[in-house]
Design a protein around this ligand. Structure first.
Ligand code: ZN
Length: 482
């Protein structure tokens, strides 16, 4: 009879109700966690910004048009790597001498006062911040697709620092980094100019896709051509209308195909201006990577503009810790370039240079990792396991070498040979530069290629897989993402 339950039944109902609440609370706690599978523990700044007295005015010659090729003439110094942690924060005063040779970056003396900065035939006055629009081209429907270009033009003449993000439309962290950096800049306190393009590949972004609508990878078509494929034309417009105005470029990416990257700067360290540029990113690890033909950073360096890729986390996710790390790295960079006076302290030494190797799994199944991004690992260490749910077997994954996890595959179903862990092997800056110089100029092995390059080799030129995800992603490459 309803309402006349026995004491036992009531107790059972109370228990069930209590367990439901416990489950609900657990679910709520899980949802509150940041959306990342592998939390990282990157070095965080340990002290707030300090503002020393203003710097003296810049030099006073008119600025000639930029030379086609600008290379740094200074030699790499051992001090940069040996410098160790910065000075204690209590010592408020003029900043440390800039590590970056900005004059070499800009390749010219600067005018005595800032003049309006013109982009897309729109002038941005000194001390002004404006949102302009860049049109990539026409959509299928014939309407123009335009994406924001944020310009902060300082009151003092100086270098033009450019940031681009979402060249791969599913790589979200960089979008927020660029947005946040530009929002935080006070053009009245700025020397030089900062240009930020949060979403280069707006068509890919709106579809949560790495690729353009025709499944081409925009980052294989730079500097582009006027009458080439759609990707080539978009690359051409971006390069001619934005990139050539830059004195230095940071292109934000993430890992590709369900892989996450520790925040890291990648560049061709055989180019002195790039090597110099990589010194500006605080404690961000630096990885030598010659890059692949058609990459934005490669086209930029070919044009004499020092450029790097900044890898931040995993695609299709927004990872607050990683975003904050990258924002602080850019704050440090702009200070090192003499553009801003506030700067951040880092708990770790200035920069660590890496060679890198991939650890592949030898059996197929479901991957479960027991290490996380940023972990330092030793030879023979247990990195994770692959579980075969059909035969009910587990295979451990042991590290063949010692190093640091700078890239990791998120837990997923894998095939034998799947590259699961990207391990950075620490080296000195001098050694990294020397080895970079000795490395073959052309990628000579699958190891160096990216997922979609593998497809090119296999006869699927510059296109993603049938599902639009872009190949199987099982062959990332030392340089798996930018
Ligand atoms: Zn990318």
């Amino acid at each position: 009879m309803a309402g006349a339950a026995t004491p036992d039944a009531r107790r059972a109902r109370r228990m069930a109700s209590a367990w439901a609440w416990v489950a609900l609370a657990a679910l709520a706690a899980a949802c509150a966690l940041p959306a990342q599978d592998f939390p990282v523990d990157p070095a965080q700044p340990v002290a707030p910004a300090i503002v020393p007295p203003p710097a003296p005015k810049a030099a006073s010659k008119p600025r000639p048009p930029p030379a086609p090729i600008r290379r740094l003439t200074i030699e790499p110094t051992a001090e940069a790597i040996a410098a160790g942690p910065p000075e204690p924060v209590e010592e408020v005063g003029p900043p440390e001498p800039d590590l970056i040779d900005v004059e070499a970056l800009t390749g010219a003396d600067l005018p005595p006062v800032a003049t309006p900065f013109t982009l897309f035939e729109k002038a941005v006055a000194p001390g002004e911040k404006r949102e302009l629009r860049w049109t990539a081209g026409e959509s299928f429907a014939g309407s123009n697709i335009s994406t924001p270009v944020l310009v902060a033009h300082g009151v003092q003449p100086g270098p033009v620092l450019c940031m681009t993000a979402a060249v791969h439309g599913d790589e979200l962290n960089g979008i927020e980094v660029v947005r946040r950096v530009l929002n935080d800049i006070d053009p009245q306190q700025l020397t030089g100019t900062v240009i930020g393009m949060p979403i280069v590949n707006l068509m890919g972004f709106s579809r949560s896709s790495r690729y353009l609508p025709d499944r081409r990878d925009l980052n294989r078509y730079f500097p582009g051509t006027m009458y080439g494929s759609a990707a080539s034309r978009i690359a051409y417009r971006l390069f001619k209308q934005v990139i050539v105005n830059c004195d230095a470029l940071v292109d934000f990416h993430t890992g590709s195909f369900d892989r996450a990257n520790l925040p890291q700067v990648r560049g061709d360290l055989t180019i002195p201006s790039v090597l110099e540029f990589t010194r500006g990113f605080g404690a961000t690890p630096v990885l030598h990577s010659p890059g692949s033909r058609g990459m934005l950073r490669l086209a930029a360096t070919d044009h004499g503009i020092p450029a790097v890729t900044f890898e931040v986390g995993a695609p299709l996710r927004l990872e607050p810790e990683q975003i904050e790390f990258a924002v602080q790295a850019i704050v440090t960079l702009s200070h090192k370039m003499g553009m801003t006076r506030s700067f951040r302290m880092w708990a770790e030494p200035q920069a660590t240079f890496y060679e890198s190797k991939w650890v592949r799994v030898d059996s197929g199944g479901m991957l479960f990792s027991s290490v996380a991004l940023g972990d330092r690992i030793r030879e023979g260490q247990h990195l994770g396991k692959v579980v075969d749910p059909i035969r009910n077997e587990e295979q451990p994954i042991l590290s063949p070498f010692r190093g640091r996890v700078i890239g990791i595959a998120l837990n997923q179903v894998v095939l034998p040979g799947f590259a699961a862990y990207h391990v950075g092997i620490e080296t000195s800056e001098a050694q990294a530069a020397e080895e970079a110089a000795q490395a073959p100029a052309e990628p000579d092995a699958i190891e160096r290629m990216e997922g979609d390059q593998i497809n090119e080799v296999l006869g699927d030129p510059r296109q993603g897989g049938a599902d639009g995800s872009g190949g199987d992603g099982a062959e990332p490459p030392r340089d798996n993402s930018d």
